[in-house]
Design a binder for this molecule. Structure first.
Ligand SMILES: Nc1ncnc2c1ncn2[C@@H]1O[C@H](COP(=O)(O)OP(=O)(O)OP(=O)(O)O)[C@@H](O)[C@H]1O
Ligand SMILES: [Mg+2]
Length: 346
């Protein structure tokens, strides 16, 4: 059983926020909606939550038609970016409130509140008011409040974006641990690709109201379907190629072999910076392109090198790890573009 989104569209006065979006989410999955500002992430989350109505399409959860279920009857837990706690209630009262609204038996509420606050490591802060808690602690309370009624779905809209980097990383790990333990199907909106890759079982990359690609983090990184996904997730060199006489694409007049065989229709190839291998200036052959070092940036754990080639356009980027020899700016080199690392982009 699962969440099934079918052909959902939503327009706001001339803007198409969602354009026939379809997605399947198996139960227990942690999903991240990832994409640039304005691509429709929040709108899709709000349609699922019932806070916004779709113009077209269906959403079913475990076979139940959600479009016909009012938001208050969906029993979903929701956490937003800004702290939405009741300022005049203690942490414990904030968590209890949702249970009272759902008419939980009085005797069950106390133990449930205690258990949820323990789960988010706030047991000793139960009696504090939101103003007496740090941002990270407030988001933990919001999370405990959202999860307390045992929701069918947990919906998180950029819950970590107002927090500083260190707290954000701690909470990533915590949220994932709690989610796994409770097995709640969770959708989290983020525009931070690192956060999406680190947390998601399934990452849904969105752009301009459509899903560009949905897949496991590794799958998206290794096999991005479009140039947009390729460059939004991790860095990617985009090689504009022309068809060669024997069906192999040409880059800077060098024929490129591809792992999947010739691809005469390829116009863009993707290559991750860590897959580019630098060689000496006189090396020639298939998949070896002469170039010149334009810039070298030492970043501690790696060195990022920009290389210009005869193909023109933006310099290619190579990332060198460890203690490999780093060439100097201006040096002539060769670029080895491994056949099994080149990706054909649609
Ligand atoms: N209530 C609304 N009225 C009019 N337009 C809206 C409304 N809500 C969203 N939009 C528009 O719909 C599009 C998608 O907005 P949405 O909030 O879903 O984007 P988002 O991906 O969550 O962006 P961000 O990362 O900035 O939060 C945007 O162009 C936005 O301006
Ligand atoms: Mg948003």
């Amino acid at each position: 059983m699962s969440l099934a989104i079918r052909e959902v569209s939503k327009r706001f006065a001339g803007i198409t926020a969602l354009d026939r979006v379809s997605l399947d989410v198996p139960n227990g999955t942690f999903v991240c909606f990832l994409g640039p500002s304005g691509c429709g992430k929040t709108t899709l989350l709000r349609v699922i939550a019932g806070l916004e109505t779709a113009d077209e399409g269906q959403i079913r959860l475990n076979g139940t038609d959600l479009i016909r279920t009012p938001a208050k009857d969906r029993n979903f837990g929701i956490v937003f970016q800004s702290y939405s706690l009741f300022p005049n209630m203690s942490a414990a009262r904030n968590v209890a409130y949702g249970l009272e609204c759902r008419r939980w038996p009085k005797a069950d509420i106390g133990p449930r509140v205690d258990a949820m606050l323990r789960l988010v490591h706030l047991a000793e802060h139960a009696q504090k008011f939101p103003a007496q808690l740090s941002g990270g602690q407030q988001q933990r309370v919001a999370l405990a409040r959202a999860m307390a009624p045992d929701p069918g779905l947990l919906l998180l809209d950029e819950p970590l974006s107002a927090l500083d980097a260190k707290v954000r990383e701690e909470l990533r790990v915590e949220i994932r641990a709690v989610q796994r333990r409770l097995g709640i199907t969770t959708i989290m909106v983020t525009h931070d690709q690192e956060e999406a890759l680190a947390m998601g079982d399934l990452v849904v990359v969105m752009s301009r109201g459509v899903i560009e690609q949905a897949g496991a983090p590794r799958e998206l990184y290794d096999n991005p379907a479009t140039p947009f996904v390729a460059s939004f997730i991790g860095g990617m060199n985009i090689l504009d190629v022309t068809p060669g006489p024997d069906g192999r694409p040409l880059f800077a007049e060098v024929p490129l072999a591809l792992a999947g065989g010739p691809s005469p229709s390829a116009v863009s190839l993707g290559l991750r910076p860590e897959q580019v291998v630098l060689g000496g200036p006189d090396e020639r052959g298939e998949n070896i392109v002469p170039g010149r070092i334009a810039d070298v940036a030492f970043l501690g754990n790696l060195t990022r090198v920009s290389i210009v080639t005869a193909a023109g356009g933006a310099p290619l980027v190579a990332e060198l790890h460890g203690r490999s020899r780093v060439p100097a700016a201006g040096e002539a080199v060769s670029l080895h573009l491994p056949a099994d690392a080149l990706r054909v982009l649609a």
